[in-house]
Structures are given as structure tokens and as C-alpha cells.
Write a protein that binds this ligand. Structure first.
Ligand code: PLP
Length: 463
């Protein structure tokens, strides 16, 4: 199984042969609602609109490349997660997928909590008015400054990732005269992505404390003895872009067995478990993600069943979807610059962005879809590779896709499902100016993260 391709796209888990690409859709003008944000439609004139605004008008006003977020869709997905999990569970949006103050406000209004994993994410979240007690702080190497700030502002929980951090957080909390609510992140020996998971005893990765060899039980024992800590539960996060719930089942079973062990050894029933995020979305028409209510039902049943078997009170469950909320709600709009047919191979379509605004294809071998959005076309499909303008042959946005063969410079094309891990992982490679994020709703568009300028670049470079 390919390691380099790990938390990536939907189909790199050896499910399809190398070099595979699907046949062209019957009609390239049709937009599959599975991969496009809710309000995206093709208008009568043939171009595409989102939130009631034509992409040509958006390109004119905001330039390209740019990310457009369908605010109504974002709110609907956040609400669907909130509703599906009800009052006996908490939904924490994973801020690392995409974080801006507007998004924090939407989440706050829709009743969700938020995960952060750095001081910068914490500051952004607080500055948008999210109450600190609805924030969870993650990370495998939080600095003393970050921990201090998190405890001072009163975050709802810190997720402890190592033995050293147990002591470090306890010490800082105590010196501030506080008792910090914490969870311990355990690695349950389940590595899951897409349609596969592997269950082993050990995991060869940097996060968490191993359940194997009694490590996690020892971490619990230490946390329970420290005055600065209030241990509220166990945390597990098993992977990303997961469609198959079987990995969660194994993880939940192993976490619950730790809860039973803790009860037997310390007479304490920890009240919460967090099953992390990692739920998959559709990047292409071949992906079939589950609805939040199906996921909530499946997780609830698994935990309830395991707790009944262990004669434990069912703990409060929390989940941390990032991609599954924001991923499908945005697309990246590009202008075609050059079209270069390579005889017998494919046609390279160069756009005005690339690996600086979407690193996932280069980093994870991720798969994306693409469509011509400024007009319709009845031309024959051609096999394309959409590439950026950076000085790297690996600067690929969409590896294999079909676009109409009359595609020409000046056409607008859009890559859907870029809401998660695109702007948040964007870089300044080649001194690219990171694109803006524009929220569109009910015929109105507003910049929520502005485009970088050359002045921004020069401001950091102090000469
Ligand atoms: C990355 C991460 C998430 C979110 O993952 P998604 O794939 O975006 O759902 C949730 N929890 C933890 C601890 C993470 O590291």
C-alpha cells in the first residue's frame, strides 16, 4: 500500500490501478451535485453561477485564481452535523481545514464548537467571538506560550498528546491557579482512509499515546494524579477522507476497553470520548460519502453497544469534522492561460494558480474534478491535466480529467471541493500571491480573506 499517497484523495488506496482515469461523463456541461456546492448551477446563458452570481461577474470583480465559498451550503452542512448529533454529543469543526473569522461566526451561530491546533488558530477563533469554552486545543508539540494562552483564556479542553505534555500542561495550569479540562489522545492502532483501514497493535506516527503496552493506561493514571488537570475523556482520530465506518468501530471498541480498564483500576468512569474527524467527501463523481445523520447513527450505535458490553455508562461523544463541513462548499476559479496538446498523451491546460493554492494533488496524489464554467461546449471531450504556473513539473492541480476540446485561453474553469486544506495549506512558492476567499450568498459576494498583494510580500521581507 502506497505510503506517499496516504491521507489523500479518494482513490489512491490501491483501489484502482495506477494511471486509471474514468471515461468522460456523457455530457461535460452537466455539473454533478455531489461534487459541487449546493447553489452552483448552470444558467440559461451557459455559464455557471453560485449563490445567484455568475462566475464571469465574480472573476471580473475579484480576479482569478480565487476561492468561492457557498455560505448557505456551509451553514447547511454545519447545521446538518449539529442536528444529526443532537444534544448528547458535540461537534467540533476542525479549524485547520479552513479558518477565517467569517467562518468562525457562521459556526458559532450554527451551534458548533471548534478545534484549533496552534496559537494562530486560537487567536483567529477568539477574535471572531467564539466563546473559549467551545474551543478544543490540539497538537503534538504545543509551545509553553500556546498552552499558557489556552489556559488563561479558558479553552474548553486541551487534548494531551504525550507524557511530557501531561506534566507540562498540569504544571502551567497549576501555576496559573487553574484546573484545566483535558482529554488524552490515544493511538488505537487503526489507520483508516477511504475504503480501507488497517488494524494493528502499533502505529508508526507522531500523534498520541499508544493504547498498546499499557501506555495510554499509564498516561491516564498520571493525569488523574495531577492537581492541574481535570481528565474528562479519551480522544482518538484515525485518519482522513474515510468512507468506511469499520475503522471507527475498531477504534471505539479499543477506546471503550480503555474506559473499562480505567474504571476497574481507578473507580472513575471518564465522561467523554472523542472519535475525531476524517469523514470523506466527494472529490469526483466516483465518491459516495455518507450523510451526517448516517454517521451519527453508526457512531452512536457502536459506542452504545460497546459500553453496554463493558457495563459502562455511555459517555458523551464528540466528533471533529473539518473536510466534511467545508470541503464541498467551495470551488477554485481559474483562468486558462495556455493549452498544450502532447500527441498521444494528453493535453496540458495551464491555469493562473497551481500548487500554491492547492498542494493536495502534489502532496497526496489527491484527485479532483474540473469543469469549464464560463460557457457550455458541445466539442468532443479531451483528456487533460490541469497544471499551475509554478516552476515544478509536479505542479499539478487535476491529474486526469476531461474538458471540451475547444478549450481556449481566457476560458474560466473551476475545480470543485476545494474548501478544505487548500487555502489553509496555500503557500507563497515563487512569490505567488495567495488567492482571496469570497463568500457568496443570495446574490451577494463578499471577500472574507483578501488576496495577498506584492506589498504584503515586501512587508515581510525587511531587506
Ligand atoms: C485533521 C484533524 C481533524 C479533521 O480531519 P478532517 O479530515 O478534516 O475531518 C479532526 N481531528 C483531529 C485531531 C485532526 O488532526
Amino acid at each position: 500500500m502506497s505510503r506517499s499517497a496516504h491521507p489523500a484523495g479518494p482513490r489512491h488506496a490501491d483501489v484502482l490501478p495506477e494511471g486509471h482515469y474514468t471515461a468522460p461523463a456523457a455530457d461535460l456541461n452537466v455539473l454533478d451535485p455531489k461534487v459541487w456546492a449546493q447553489t452552483v448551477t448552470r444558467t440559461e446563458s451557459g455559464s455557471v453561477s453560485v449563490g445567484g452570481i455568475d462566475v464571469a461577474d465574480l472573476a471580473e470583480e475579484f480576479g482569478t485564481p480565487a476561492y468561492f465559498v457557498d455560505e448557505a451550503d456551509f451553514r447547511a452542512r454545519a447545521r446538518a452535523w449539529r442536528t444529526a448529533f443532537g444534544h448528547d454529543a458535540d461537534v467540533f469543526y476542525a479549524g485547520k481545514a479552513f479558518l477565517s473569522r467569517a467562518v468562525v461566526r457562521w459556526l458559532h451561530e450554527e451551534g458548533l464548537n471548534l478545534d484549533v491546533c496552534s496559537g494562530g488558530e486560537l487567536t483567529t477563533t477568539l477574535s471572531a467571538g467564539m466563546p473559549a469554552d467551545r474551543i478544543a486545543f490540539h497538537g503534538n508539540n504545543k509551545s509553553v506560550e500556546e498552552i499558557t494562552k489556552a489556559i488563561e483564556v479558558g479553552v474548553g479542553r486541551i487534548v494531551l498528546d504525550s507524557f511530557q505534555e501531561i506534566v507540562r500542561v498540569a504544571h502551567i495550569a497549576q501555576s496559573l491557579g487553574k484546573r484545566q479540562r483535558v482529554q488524552i489522545r490515544v493511538t488505537v492502532g487503526v489507520e483508516a482512509h477511504t475504503h480501507e483501514f488497517i488494524a494493528t497493535a502499533h502505529e508508526d506516527q507522531k500523534f498520541g499515546i499508544a493504547l498498546a503496552d499499557g501506555q495510554a493506561a499509564e498516561a491516564v493514571r498520571r493525569a488523574l494524579t495531577l492537581d492541574g488537570l481535570e481528565l474528562i475523556g479519551i480522544h482518538s482520530h484515525i485518519g482522513s477522507q474515510i468512507f468506511d465506518m469499520a475503522g471507527f468501530e475498531v477504534a471505539a471498541r479499543r477506546v471503550v476497553s480503555l474506559l473499562a480498564q480505567v474504571r476497574d483500576e481507578h473507580g472513575v468512569e471518564l465522561p467523554e470520548i472523542d472519535l475525531g474527524g476524517g469523514l470523506g467527501i466527494a472529490y469526483t463523481s466516483d465518491d459516495d460519502p455518507r450523510e451526517p445523520h448516517e454517521i451519527a447513527k453508526a457512531l452512536g450505535e457502536i459506542v452504545t453497544r460497546e459500553c453496554e458490553a463493558a457495563r459502562l455508562r455511555t459517555p458523551r461523544i464528540s466528533v471533529e469534522p473539518g473536510r466534511a463541513i467545508v470541503g464541498p462548499t467551495a470551488f477554485t476559479l481559474y483562468e486558462v492561460g495556455t493549452v498544450k496538446p502532447l500527441e498521444g498523451l494528453r493535453t496540458y491546460v495551464s491555469v493562473d494558480g497551481g500548487m500554491s493554492d492547492n498542494i493536495r494533488t502534489a502532496l497526496y496524489d489527491a484527485e479532483y474534478s474540473v469543469a469549464l464554467v464560463s460557457r457550455t461546449s458541445d466539442a468532443e471531450p479531451m483528456l487533460v491535466r490541469v497544471v499551475g504556473k509554478h516552476c515544478e513539473s509536479g505542479d499539478i492541480v487535476v491529474k486526469d480529467a476531461f474538458l471540451p476540446s475547444d478549450l481556449a485561453p481566457g476560458d474560466l474553469i473551476a475545480v470543485p471541493a476545494t474548501g478544505a486544506y487548500c487555502r489553509s495549506m496555500a503557500s507563497n512558492y515563487n512569490h505567488a500571491l495567495r488567492p482571496p476567499v469570497v463568500a457568496v450568498r443570495d446574490g451577494e459576494a463578499r471577500v472574507i480573506v483578501r488576496r495577498e498583494t506584492e506589498e504584503d510580500l515586501l512587508r515581510l521581507d525587511v531587506g
